[in-house]
Design a protein. Structure first.
Length: 379
């Protein structure tokens, strides 16, 4: 019998709900992935590079042109310069980037602050490396950060603070003022920041994404993580990236080289060609805002109480007017009986806090959303 390193961990909620959706022939608005086609231009580039025999190991840091384009993007959008040689690395998805940042930083008994509800990858990874998670709950129901609590919970042992902005699952985004508060608090500590910004190009209502890359005074303690899966509707390619100042990146690469070494080669070349045209990602906001609005309009005809959605492709809703069940049972019932799969919010809390909220993914064809809304209208 193996002595489990993660005795309290079971299969991730995303696999559980996707499987339940499949078994029950339900529409999957649970796991976050688009159901529409990837742009054929990108697929053509991928075919080109794999047939032209770009099929051997990519450089450990990632394909150079892709790193140069990322460097240019950060200079242009956030006025923050990262040297493509020493400060940018391509990874096998944002997941591997996050895992690797945590493996780079965390020693046994280091404390890591995580805001809940939290994406489910952070906590177990911290624990794998002997770290201790210090959770801070976002203030319900607006899901804002309690900066006073943050100040209280930071200790000499705080090695890392994980921040996901725009936030999965709440759909909330941080303001410029929030970032200033973070900068002030963190500059008085020795903590590092892991800024999971995979939804950076999905913010709504003209609100601008505030990247931690902009915080000059603490830049030497910040890791920024992104995902091409979210950017170009290719979650199955599993390509992401990390940006961090030279000294941090040096240590990151020591772990990365023995983790995956390098990332899928033809995809990186294809992405580099595709990314040359910034139009391919700068209109993502508008594209998803239309879907958000379409879905909200339909959901308003039901008894769900919709929570604000400022970013990401997730919309949350309170179902208390529809059922007394706990959120896991409600999401299960919705999948089995009404044929729409969602994610119960309690899965994003260590202590399984349940406010009767479920998360819908609206990165779907309008016809899929329409079918789901029709089913939900029967509730
Ligand atoms: N962080 C967040 C907040 C996510 O929602 C996801 C899921 N896409 C990831 C990281 C992982 O991204 P990837 O699929 O590129 O590994
Ligand atoms: N990020 C996706 C979500 O929040 C899921 C990714 C996964 O299944 N690991 O739904």
């Amino acid at each position: 019998m193996i002595k489990s390193k993660l005795p309290h961990v079971s299969t991730t909620i995303f696999s559980v709900m996707s499987q339940l959706a499949q078994e029950n022939n339900a529409i999957n608005l649970a796991q976050g992935f688009p159901d529409f086609n990837t742009d054929s231009e990108l697929i053509t580039r991928l075919n080109y590079y794999s047939t032209q025999n770009y099929n051997q190991y990519a450089p450990m840091f990632g394909v150079e042109k892709l790193r140069i384009l990322l460097s240019e993007k950060f200079t242009k959008l956030y006025q923050s310069d990262y040297d493509f040689q020493n400060e940018i690395n391509i990874t096998s998805g944002a997941s591997q980037a996050i895992f690797n940042v945590i493996s780079t930083l965390i020693h046994p008994n280091d404390e890591v602050i995580i805001f809940e509800p939290a994406y489910d990858l952070y906590q177990p990874t911290v624990e794998l490396f002997g770290g201790k998670v210090v959770p801070i709950k976002l203030k319900h129901p607006e899901y804002s950060i309690d900066f006073e609590e943050l100040k209280q919970k930071i200790s000499a042992k705080t090695k890392l603070i994980v921040i996901n902005n725009p936030n999965n699952p709440t759909g909330r985004i941080l303001s410029e003022e929030d970032l200033k508060q973070f900068e002030k608090i963190i500059s008085e500590t020795n903590a590092y920041i892991l800024a999971d910004e995979v939804y950076e190009h999905i913010t709504f209502d003209e609100k601008k994404h505030q990247s931690f890359a902009q915080l000059k005074s603490i830049k030497d303690r910040v890791f920024i993580v992104g995902s091409f899966g979210k950017l170009f509707h290719i979650t199955g390619w599993k390509i992401g990236y990390v940006l961090a100042e030279k000294e941090l990146m040096k240590e990151f690469r020591k772990c990365h080289q023995f983790n995956v070494f390098s990332t899928h080669t033809p995809s990186q070349y294809a992405l580099a060609d595709y990314m040359e045209n910034a139009e391919h990602y700068l209109h993502l906001n508008q594209f998803f805002q239309e879907k958000r609005d379409f879905f909200i309009e339909g959901l308003q005809q039901t008894k769900f109480e919709i929570l604000p959605c400022e970013g990401t492709y997730f919309l949350s809703a309170n179902y208390a007017k529809l059922s007394d069940l706990n959120d896991v049972d409600f999401a299960t019932k919705l999948t089995k009986e009404y044929k729409v799969a969602t994610i119960p919010f309690s899965a994003f809390y260590q202590d399984k806090t349940d406010h009767n909220i479920i998360r819908f993914c609206f990165a779907k064809k309008n016809e899929t959303l329409e079918q789901a809304l029709e089913k939900l209208s029967k509730l």
